[in-house]
Design a protein around this ligand. Structure first.
Ligand SMILES: C[S@@+](CC[C@H](N)C(=O)[O-])C[C@H]1O[C@@H](n2cnc3c(N)ncnc32)[C@H](O)[C@@H]1O
Length: 507
């Protein structure tokens, strides 16, 4: 495996060299390696000369840094020290499934995933610890790894010893969190497809730092949105001193903003479509829009008489308070529209014969049946934490996991990015809500979305409800949740989809 990861690092370096070569061919030169073979290298001095005009000098600069940042970069670039061990007995439909459940530290898992999933993931959703001072942060210490001083990873004890409560009174409170998230985001970005998108849940505590760190990793220009999610049904958190907060955020970045597409949501102003005719079953309801309105540039070919039901004629100017005007449709299109029920001619309130087109909810003006969509709002005010807790209750896992996200929220986000196929990665999987959402969506529309979950076997405290229910760690809860969700979805929908998952342990 070590050889494999060394190869992977080499592969990644070679890919970067190709990118530099494409931009600056003459900075690439050849040298003879220790084995006597010639290979391509970058002449850094030459590259410096190329970039002289844009190289940072001695002046002041605007940059986001924190103690430990350099080590964190190093950590991201260190090859994986671990490997994946299959756990068939914990898996479901091992032979046929394409879903993965990786159990272990996500930093190592993300490194291992680079080998097979580089530029392959369409959507990443993560819900990392928010750094509330109460949640546990996993401590990476690669120097320890190198010396081999760690106890066997994957064992609850070893994991437990590396989780620490990052209390607000420590002077490196924010840096500790940044050092945890930064190398993971660097690795995650490399897994995204060119048209890939990442969603990250966060609250007021670290949202500002997360934005900055994402600007650094993904590039400021690839910022898509900072979505606000109103997460509570009632009146907001009771522990807030000044404003009662009932929202958090979902930060969204693209791998390349030019290549992404956000899938629209069904129109919210459907109430506007109030009228019905004999086509209502297929085209839906409609509203009327004047054929003589709009900002169309005047053209004599669009300025023609239309015969009213009374046998008189009406001109565009008659429908435009006498101003020089034209219709929106050509004669030919008008004739087609009139024949196919898209035109109404009737008197307006002032008794003037007026020509209207019908705007149907489910049909465009070419006669195609459509679902009208609009760009999604940056505020999500449905789907609550309570809803999520209720669903876990229904799976008899109610008190085993605190603050799961609602399946509907994750499904909503996935639906903004993936039509029916693609891989979704969640490397802070918790109770595996994301896996549940993927199965739910596939069952609803026969899609073939796949998931990769990564979860630390974080020990459940002995006094916890989860421990009493037989779960020693959170990974066990996650796997069991997927099994139970699969059962529920199968019973409810009868859908023939991939309910399985292969378990691998990072060790
Ligand atoms: C806020 S929870 C995610 C909840 C999840 N969205 C849900 O709906 O259930 C964060 C999870 O990340 C896990 N975690 C923290 N550090 C990790 C690491 N280094 N590797 C893998 N998982 C980690 C924690 O054990 C916790 O279960």
């Amino acid at each position: 495996m070590k050889k494999k990861t060394k190869n992977m690092t080499k592969k990644m370096a070679a890919a970067n060299l190709e990118k530099i070569a494409a931009l600056f061919p003459h900075v690439i030169t050849e040298t003879t390696g220790s084995g006597g073979n010639d290979h391509k290298v970058v002449d850094l001095e030459q590259l410096r000369q190329e970039l002289l005009a844009v190289i940072f000098g001695d002046g002041e600069r605007c940059r986001f840094t924190w103690p430990g940042q350099k080590e964190a970069i190093l950590l991201a670039n260190t090859p994986a020290a671990k490997t994946l061990r299959p756990a068939r007995e914990e898996s479901l439909h091992w032979e046929t499934t394409e879903n993965l459940y990786l159990e272990g530290d996500n930093l190592e898992a993300l490194k291992i995933l680079q080998e097979t999933y580089l530029n392959s993931i369409k959507c990443i959703y993560i819900d990392p610890p928010y750094n509330t001072g109460k949640d546990l942060i996993y401590k990476d210490d690669f120097r320890q790894d190198k010396k081999g001083c760690l106890s066997v990873p994957g064992q609850a004890g070893a994991i437990g010893n590396r989780l620490f409560k990052n209390v607000e009174t420590t002077d490196r409170f924010h840096s500790a969190w940044l050092n945890m998230i930064y190398p993971r985001l660097i690795l995650a970005r490399k897994l995204l497809r060119p048209d890939g998108i990442i969603f990250i849940s966060i609250d007021d505590g670290e949202v500002h730092n997360l934005r900055k760190v994402c600007d650094e990793v993904f590039g400021e220009r690839n910022f898509v949105a900072c979505i606000t999610w109103a997460n509570k049904e009632g009146g907001g958190r009771s522990d807030c001193r000044l404003f009662r907060i009932k929202h958090e955020y979902i930060i969204c970045y693209a791998q390349d903003i030019e290549k992404i597409k956000i899938i629209g949501v069904p129109v919210s102003n459907a109430g506007r479509y109030r009228l019905a005719d004999k086509y209502v079953k297929t085209r839906g309801k409609y509203y009327l829009q004047k054929l003589g309105m709009g900002s169309i540039r005047y053209s004599p070919t669009l300025d023609y008489p239309i015969v009213t039901p009374a046998g008189t004629t009406v001109m565009p100017a008659d429908n435009n308070k006498g101003r020089k005007a034209c219709w929106r449709w050509s004669r030919r299109k008008f004739a087609w529209g009139q024949k196919n029920g898209f035109i109404t001619i009737k008197k307006d309130k002032k008794g003037i014969w007026t020509v209207y087109t019908k705007q149907y909810l489910n049909c465009d003006h070419e006669g195609n049946l459509i679902t009208r969509t609009q760009r999604p709002l940056g505020v999500i005010d449905n789907f609550s934490n309570t809803q999520a807790a209720k669903l876990l209750n229904a799976l008899r896992l109610g008190n085993c996991f605190s603050y799961p996200k609602p399946v509907e929220l994750i499904a909503y986000l996935i639906n903004r990015v993936i039509a029916k196929e693609g891989i979704i990665l969640d490397f802070f999987a918790g109770s595996a809500t994301t896996a549940h959402a993927v199965m739910q969506l596939n069952a609803e529309d026969g899609g073939n979305r796949r998931y990769i979950m990564v979860q630390l076997p974080e020990p459940c405290p002995q006094k916890s409800e989860a421990y009493r229910a037989g779960f020693k760690n959170i990974a066990e809860i996650g796997k069991e949740r997927i099994r139970r969700a699969a059962q529920k979805i199968r019973t409810e929908t009868g859908a023939d989809i991939d309910y399985g998952f292969r378990v691998f342990k990072v060790d």
